[in-house]
Design a protein around this ligand. Structure first.
Ligand code: NI
Length: 174
């Protein structure tokens, strides 16, 4: 297990569609997941997608509990999600601020579906099917976008609401 370097916006791997996982018994898969949790924890991330550490496979993780980068966010259970699909449960979208470890120091106001159902597989290859709303749903949509080469600035409707955290939220630095 190791903290790995996180690729930054502009790196071509972040612009690719990642390959589906086909061999759940490959020990390399568990090693990548371990590195991803170490990396996410070291950087106070809410989630991380495998392409962000240079592994172009359909694998994301997320977990939110007392995160200093998201102090008001509700908790999100620790999840390993492989080969995911997302289905919106209604057309309702909500705007909220997002950040990304591949775009350090910045935040943007991003519309996301408020409620979704997501499916996929855990590390053992066991199918998952979960309904989520609000911040949990937002984190899943953000992370799964990474698997299709999409970073959150591509979702921002009004680029006036994209900028440096220190300028957008100066009070938070106190
Ligand atoms: Ni991200």
């Amino acid at each position: 297990m190791a903290v790995r370097p996180v690729l930054k916006m502009g790196h071509p791997i972040l612009q690719q569609t990642a390959a589906p996982v086909t061999d759940f018994d490959d020990p390399k898969l568990a090693a990548i997941v371990g590195d991803m949790f170490d990396t996410m924890a070291a950087l106070n991330g809410a989630g991380l997608a495998a392409p962000q550490i240079g592994e172009s496979i359909q694998l994301v993780i997320f977990q939110v509990a007392n995160n200093p980068r998201y102090p008001t966010a509700e908790a999100v259970p620790k999840t390993i999600l492989i080969n995911p699909t997302i289905t919106p449960l209604s057309d309702t979208q909500v705007d909220d601020w997002e950040g990304c470890l591949s775009i350090p120091g910045m935040r943007g106001l991003v519309p996301r579906y408020q409620s979704i159902r997501y499916t996929g597989y855990d590390l053992n290859g066991t199918p998952l099917a979960i309904e989520a709303s609000d911040f949990h749903a937002r984190v899943v949509q953000h992370e799964v976008d990474h698997l299709f080469g999409i970073l959150y600035p591509q979702r921002i409707k009004d680029l006036r609401y994209f900028g440096f955290e220190s300028e957008l939220f100066p009070a938070d630095l106190s």
